[in-house]
Design a protein around this ligand. Sequence first.
Ligand code: GRF
Length: 208
Amino acid sequence: MAGNFGKIKIGVLVSGSGTNLQAIIDGCAAGSIDGQVVCVISNKESAFGLERARNHAIPAHHLDHRQYQDRSEYDAALVSILQEHAVDLVVLAGFMRIVTPVLLGAFPDRVMNIHPALLPSFPGLDAQRQALEYGVRVSGCTVHFVDPGTDTGPIILQSVVPVLDEDTEETLSQRIHVEEHKLYPAAIQLFAEGRLSVHGRRVKISAK
Ligand code: GRF
């Protein structure tokens, strides 16, 4: 992506607790992200992420996927809210929905996701459990641009986390979460600085 966007407008999609959302809000407030979270959308009304948004006076939208005929129609509704807020970058932060070309086409190379494993290992649900069951010694997290597949898009940043003998799904998840809260803001800041460009599967990070 060429150019420097200056202070970018970020739309965050969540389904749950939203600790990554919180890290992004905090990063914007602290100035480590040249951006502002301008809206938060959840498919779940009870998502604590919506509460976090309200706590910071950020517009919080509940968009119930069950009210729409199919994924494309749902994504069209998402796009219209995101466009109303003039969003530059769409950030999936624990959004438990598969997105379609309707969303991706409206925001080409402008939709990011974070996954709690070192992709391409352990895509999909329960990545931490998959890592433990496989017996890997390291896992971690990956921020990537979203493409139509599940956790298959071009990788922006990754961070490695050790897997300990005594780990449970919960302790491993906690250790990965700590890294996620650093990695996602870092990737978003690279986008805000206009330093990311996608070349096939590879994302290049230009020097400052
Ligand atoms: C994170 O582990 C992220 O990698 C995955 O969903 C989880 C969201 O956690 N995509 P939180 O809601 O940000 O705490």
